[in-house]
Design a protein around this ligand. Structure first.
Ligand SMILES: NC(=O)c1ccc[n+]([C@@H]2O[C@H](COP(=O)([O-])OP(=O)(O)OC[C@H]3O[C@@H](n4cnc5c(N)ncnc54)[C@H](OP(=O)(O)O)[C@@H]3O)[C@@H](O)[C@H]2O)c1
Length: 285
């Protein structure tokens, strides 16, 4: 299956994550604005119909670039954002997750992107270890109100446990879940399994091992590199193709600031890994 439902849309399983577009540390303007705009235009040319972003990427920078490159947007483009944090003047990531903050965060995304509605917005928890209780219910209530008001088509949850997902689903419909997940970090397998059983899109973040660690143990893993050499493809393609094998509800949003990497990542649509390679990669977890 190369497409999967996402809050009223059906999107290709290979999307794009905009977090690498702002400057270093996801803070400030891009190193190369022309390249950042070119990446976004190429996203649409390649037929990608799912972009993940946030107002706090930059802050503002990622959404302004998306707007400047792509507005008015293709009708079938699902733009998904997240709320629950903000940045200070030094670039620190701070919680901004009271119900009124979440509503303001959604409205800031809409205003900056110049849209009436977003396909989905994730309630991004900063501390997934805090068990879900009244505070979580109140936050979810703000998301439900935003959906009822037509500001978002679907509610997503990010950085959550199975307990958050179960509690949320007792209260409302959940369109997508976005948790860290890759070849070497499968700690969200229980959340993924719950999503798969419920037909909810699971959107791994850090699918390539993240841009925060220059050593990148995922892309530099020996088994990944050997498979890439044997198959004549890039290490990122091995990693992304493997991620697509994990479950049909997995939607990729690899992040990149480069047109060449975007093209390489998107070409994974046509990569099918041999069963023995998948088995080797599965054994890495
Ligand atoms: N919900 C959340 O809390 C949360 C948290 C983090 C991220 N996200 C979302 O998830 C998306 C993906 O995560 P991410 O961007 O942080 O990390 P990622 O996709 O795991 O990795 C991005 C890193 O990989 C590099 N890269 C991309 N394609 C490559 C290729 N073909 N070959 C070699 N290197 C490549 C990028 O560098 P270049 O720029 O040089 O290509 C960047 O350093 C984000 O863009 C964001 O939309 C969500």
């Amino acid at each position: 299956m190369d497409r999967f439902p996402l809050a009223g849309h059906t999107v290709g399983r290979v999307g794009y994550g905009a977090m690498q577009l702002p400057g270093p540390g996801v803070f400030g303007p891009p190193r190369d604005r022309a390249e950042a705009l070119a990446v976004l235009r190429r996203v649409v040319e390649l037929g990608i119909d799912h972009i993940d972003t946030s107002q706090y990427y930059g802050p503002d920078v990622a959404n302004e670039l998306i707007r400047d490159a792509l507005h008015p947007y293709p009708a079938d483009l699902a733009i998904v954002s997240k709320v629950g944090a903000r940045r200070d003047d030094t670039g620190a990531w701070l919680p901004w997750d009271d119900p009124a903050d979440l509503r303001q965060g959604i409205e800031d995304n809409l205003a900056c992107l110049r849209v009436e509605q977003l396909a989905a917005v994730n309630l991004r928890l900063l501390d997934e270890k805090e068990p879900p209780g009244q505070r979580f219910d109140d936050q979810l209530g703000a998301m439900v109100e935003a959906r009822d008001a037509g500001l978002i088509a679907g509610i997503g949850l990010s950085n959550i446990t199975v307990e958050h997902l179960r509690r949320a689903r007792q209260q409302t419909e959940i369109a997508c879940v976005q948790n860290p997940y890759n070849l070497l970090d499968r700690s969200s397998d229980p959340v993924l399994a719950e999503c798969t059983a419920a037909g909810i899109a699971f959107v791994p973040f850090f699918p390539l091992g993240s841009g925060f660690n220059p050593q990148n143990p995922v892309l530099n893993n020996d088994t990944v590199r050997a498979a890439a050499e044997r198959l004549g493809i890039g290490a990122a393609q091995v990693v992304l193709a493997w991620t697509l094998t994990v479950a049909p509800n997995v939607l990729l949003i690899p992040g990149t600031s480069s047109v060449a990497h975007l093209e390489e990542n998107t070409a994974v649509r046509d990569v099918e890994l041999p069963a023995d390679v998948v088995a080797e990669l599965n054994a890495l977890a």
